[in-house]
Design a protein around this ligand. Sequence first.
Ligand SMILES: Nc1nc2c(ncn2[C@@H]2O[C@H](COP(=O)(O)OP(=O)(O)OP(=O)(O)O)[C@@H](O)[C@H]2O)c(=O)[nH]1
Ligand SMILES: [Mg+2]
Length: 205
Amino acid sequence: MPERTAVVLAGGRSTRFGEGDKAVADLAGTPMIRRVIDRIAPVVDAVVVNCRAAQVPAIREAVDGAAVPVTFAEDEYPDEGPMAGMATGLRAVESEYAFVVACDMPLVEAEFVDYLFERAAGHDAAVPRPDQWFETTHAVYRAAAMADACEAALEAGKNRIVAPLFDLDFVVLDADEVHEHGHPRTFENCNTKTDFEDAARRLES
Ligand SMILES: Nc1nc2c(ncn2[C@@H]2O[C@H](COP(=O)(O)OP(=O)(O)OP(=O)(O)O)[C@@H](O)[C@H]2O)c(=O)[nH]1
Ligand SMILES: [Mg+2]
């Protein structure tokens, strides 16, 4: 049984990126989703990738040989948004807690993820709030509790990704705590070709 799982969200359409799936797009010589998994592999012992069925072959190839076992949780219905993807991914988790991360956060920091798991212990979630936004796609959850909360929010027609949090006993890491234990780059996400070029420069330097 794994003790710590990462759920990597990859079911989006990458419209700002342009043609192709940004999850498997080349970022400084490595598919972006592979970078995310390689960076967090030291602090998790299983990975669940949430995506559409059609994405599975390319993602499977991109993650081949990763240091942690990778399984897939396919969307039953595509394009229902990241909250639905999160619920699908979390339902496939076997450990009590899971780190949820978007596939487009290639600078995610393992030490900070490790700290999030510590902070979540005994609660339903640990969610960083480095500025006005809750970083819900870079947070640790009690998998079953968050999956329930996402499904309840979706059923109630609440589509904002913070909605499920308010059903949970969640710990917030404020800006001071985030800066003490992590670097803002951990949250940076790559949406456009320009974002990819910027991230690649930083990864190469
Ligand atoms: N399962 C699922 N995941 C999604 C969906 N929309 C977004 N995501 C995921 O949520 C995360 C954050 O979404 P975005 O950065 O907007 O990614 P995206 O939707 O592919 O990109 P844009 O089309 O440019 O908005 C990414 O990891 C996406 O893969 C969806 O409809 N279903
Ligand atoms: Mg989107």
